[in-house]
Design a protein around this ligand. Sequence first.
Ligand code: GDP
Ligand code: MN
Length: 392
Amino acid sequence: MDIHEYQAKELLATQGIRMPRGGLAYSPEQAAYRAAEIGGEAWVVKAQIHSGARGKAGGIILCRSEKEVEEAAEKLLGRKLVTHQTGPSGKLVNRLYIEETVDIEREIYLGFVLDRKFERIMIVASSQGGMEIEEIAEKEPDSLVRCVVDPGVGMLEFQAREIAFGLGLEGKLIGKAVQTILGCYRVFRDYDAGMLEINPLVVARDDIFALDCKMSFDENAIFRRPEISELRDKSQEDPRETFASDRGLSYVGLDGNIGCIINGAGLAMATMDMIKIAGGDPANFLDIGGGASPERVAKSFRAVLQDEKVEVILVNIFAGINRCDWVAEGVVKALQEVGVNVPLVVRLSGTKVEEGKAILAQKAPDVIVADTLKEAAEHAVAEWKKSGKAAA
Ligand code: GDP
Ligand code: MN
């Protein structure tokens, strides 16, 4: 789960991390008011969306009067901002963060991630801030400083000092960087974050400031962090994925027309490949998991049908822990309750397959039953082509 820059900065502020003064605005009028409240002669108006690279996309505007702040807000609010991270449909700007400007002397990159290989929190820093980390890794790999934290003892001060030295900081700035790095570490650890990135962290006025901050959290731990789940902004998420995740389904939205309901992530990947080979495009990835009840199967149909692009549904179940008869009951339940108005292809295999097929034959005669994955994908693509929209 991602949060906005201003929310991440509020979390950092609780650990004493320094940052420019700022305030939130939902309207141009409020933006101008915030600028007056902050004071000074120049401000940055920053679009709050769940994406980085806003600067290059026109989402960060430098202003030299309250009138300019108001105009910048007018321009950004209600607009969809397309960055190279948002995909072509972009993300809606419905709030702005107004900040005092800072005269930047140096830009630093500071990132914390949960490294899956080490199973530890890893810190990556670079004296070449401002660029994105991928670009730094490509163009200035020697500038990268890394540090892995032992979870038994936590991050130690000497590690933060090593990072500060590695960044080439001197004098008073070393102590300030150490406080910043340790503060970030505490925020990261205490809230079960998966990623925390300050880019840029800047040197200015003999001090260190977080000018930007991106943060995301481990969704498996959100249940125990109500103060974080409260920060969720569903307007920034794919509505199809929100619908599914609210119901405990593992779903990823894609761009095609064939809706997929499958048990197991590996089988889902294989099915998507098979659809591609048959000449079609999957609309989603949906893994119903093991031991799925008829209710869960019916819920999956609801999630898949949230997507208006779906023209065919393909159910592919290889039942080990699952039971084909339960899945078949789920299909019947979905047909009765959800109103499935697109062709439906079902492939069942494994535990209770004969019972499952008998239920479908008896209660859902319109369902196209396939015996193999290949056949199922071919039927699904053929149905999609029949729907006529494939040619368009
Ligand atoms: P991002 O593009 O989404 O990563 O947004 P950032 O908050 O990082 O802003 C983009 C860039 O704008 C930064 O890398 C800075 O170079 C610049 N910027 C942001 N705030 C200020 C500021 O107060 N003063 C100056 N001089 N530049 C700023
Ligand atoms: Mn940035």
